[in-house]
Write a protein that binds this ligand. Structure first.
Ligand code: NDP
Length: 505
């Protein structure tokens, strides 16, 4: 990682425990979304590099120190990784802010929390067990083994690279898999620094964790289709997720997908209004709305609608836009130029559909504290749930407020989208707080809070929001195969063409 004459930092990829350039020698620039300026060069990998990385991961899975390590040793290694993240967290947070524009206040907190994923799965590594299962045949000892699936391709988006790597890498290593990671072309730097400062220093055997950088359509697809890859774990948009799943299906790879959302944040008239206003604001404007769980549809009961919207606007207006590296900034830039254009185009779509813009509604230039890729915190009211602004994922600081009459109406509207990732419910009624979450078709429902997350709690989507679960004990299953072992304790005598106990195909 040496400086090149242009002053751009030059990164390399990590394959088989070695740092190297892409075989083609090609690179591309990565940008600081706050200034719009390039700051580093990233290798542009193609199928040749992906092939090298997948072969290295396969070799490490089949032979060498990794498959010989006990589960307890793997657990210890994961805990070493956790300790090194603690050591280098502040630096990694700053690199991520430079690359994706997320607020330093959020990233610092995130990097302080991230080690928990590696501690948790480190603890789980030697609690992966099979079962002794009684069978209906005499003289047999039968049991199951839980074995790693093999080489996993981990594909990561730009909104929270290191956290989303952690969701996948920690359980994959605990299970005994090896991995090839492809970060987003927009945000590769923090992962490459993580490899240097954490993975190298932790002494992870060569080939166990490899990183290839490049574009989705080339590097990403080469990884998804590589014959040595047994499983793909993907986070990103639903359209890309669908393509990844169909490519993986051609060779029967296992797939887990964490995709988009259009999450309803439902405010009942018996809520604590101040809490609900704060929950609605952080649900959509935190991380500049660039989070899969953004509470982008705010469903407000009609009896409190006008007062609630008034309070919402009053609070949203105070948002401090600015340099994401400053701890007092509350709303930062949109991460990528295409995403910036997409957010602005959805604002136009909403206006043309007849939604009423009551706050923001356009770019936020330097005169507003913003800069190149900033969008004003935007609120639309009079939104009908059939409008595109209510149905499609914007992934930006744009809130659609939708009125509802009663509980039944709220549940109907909440479920009337293709997505099912998350939802919020604001109420003081114990009955509602119990019944409404059960009737919402989503992987996570928060009551009187929003965006809470833990390494112990399963996370994933219903419907078009994904397949499988990350986090918690269930996530480890995504990286394991079950093997049944039959041991006969009797002599196999009689007709050799028909085994006494064989009853199936
Ligand atoms: P994508 O879903 O396209 O990107 C996610 C990851 O997949 C990136 O690493 C990307 O690489 C890679 N990728 C892209 N195409 C392929 C492919 N054909 N095969 C394999 N990998 C591929 O997200 P975008 O950045 O294009 O964002 C589009 C929309 O997705 C956003 O507007 C938002 O709505 C949603 N999104 C959802 C996220 C979530 O957390 N659920 C996260 C990010 C986006 P590369 O970046 O290099 O193209």
């Amino acid at each position: 990682m040496q400086d090149v004459p242009t002053q751009l930092k030059k990164y390399q990829i990590y394959i088989d425990g070695q740092w190297c350039d892409a075989a083609s020698g090609k690179t591309f620039e990565t940008f600081d979304p706050y200034t719009g300026e390039p700051w580093a060069l990233i290798p542009e990998c193609d199928a040749t590099d992906v092939d090298r990385a997948c072969n290295a991961a396969y070799r490490a899975f089949e032979s060498g120190p990794w498959p010989r390590m006990t589960q307890t040793e793997r657990g210890r290694l994961l805990r070493r990784i956790a300790g090194l993240i603690e050591k280098h967290g502040e630096h990694l947070a700053r690199i991520e802010v430079k690359d994706n524009g997320k607020l330093i206040s959020e990233m610092s907190a995130q990097l302080k929390y991230l080690p928990e994923w590696y501690y948790y799965y480190g603890g789980l590594a030697d609690k992966i067990t099979g079962m002794v299962i009684p069978v209906d045949k005499p003289d047999h000892f039968t049991y199951t083994l839980r074995e790693p699936v093999g080489v996993c391709g981990l594909i990561i988006p730009w909104n929270s690279p290191l956290l989303l790597v952690g969701f996948k890498l920690a359980p994959a290593l605990a299970a005994g898999c090896t991995v090839v990671i492809k970060p987003s072309e927009y945000t590769s730097a923090s992962l490459l620094e993580f490899m240097k400062l954490v993975i190298e220093e932790a002494d992870v055997p060569p080939g166990v964790i490899n990183v290839v950088t490049g574009y989705g359509a080339t590097t990403g697809e080469a990884l998804v289709t590589h014959p040595k890859v047994a499983k793909v774990a993907f986070t990103g948009g639903s359209a890309t997720g669908s393509r990844v799943a169909s490519l993986a299906a051609a060779s029967f790879k296992k797939v887990s997908l964490e995709l988009g959302g259009k999450s309803p944040n439902i405010v009942f008239d018996d809520c604590v209004m101040e809490d609900a206003v704060n929950g609605a604001i952080s649900g959509i404007f935190a991380a500049t709305g660039q989070t899969c769980v953004a509470g982008s549809r705010l469903l407000v009961q009609e009896s409190i609608h006008d007062e609630f919207v008034e309070r919402l606007i009053a609070t949203a207006k105070t948002a401090k836009l600015g340099n994401p590296m400053n701890f007092d900034t509350q709303v930062g830039p949109v991460t990528t130029p295409p995403q910036y254009q997409k957010v602005l185009s959805y604002i136009d779509i909403a206006k043309n559909e007849g939604a009423k813009c009551v706050l923001g509604g356009g770019p936020a230039g330097p005169e507003m504290g913003g800069g190149k890729y900033f969008v004003q915190p935007t609120i639309f009211v009079d939104v009908d749930n059939k409008m595109r602004i209510a149905q499609e994922e914007v992934f930006g600081p744009v809130l659609s407020v939708i009125k509802f009459k009663d509980e039944e109406d709220a549940i109907r509207i909440a479920n009337d989208v293709i997505y099912g990732l998350a939802a919020g419910v604001w109420t003081q009624s114990v009955k509602r707080a119990t019944i409404v979450p059960r009737r919402i078709r989503a992987g996570t429902v928060w009551v009187n809070t929003y965006r809470a997350m833990s390494f112990t709690m399963p996370f994933g989507g219903f419907k078009s929001s994904g397949l499988g679960r990350e986090n918690g004990q269930t996530a480890i299953d995504e990286y394991l195969e079950t093997k049944s072992v039959w041991v006969s304790t009797a002599a196999n005598t009689g007709n050799p063409f028909i085994m006494k106990t064989a009853t199936q195909s």
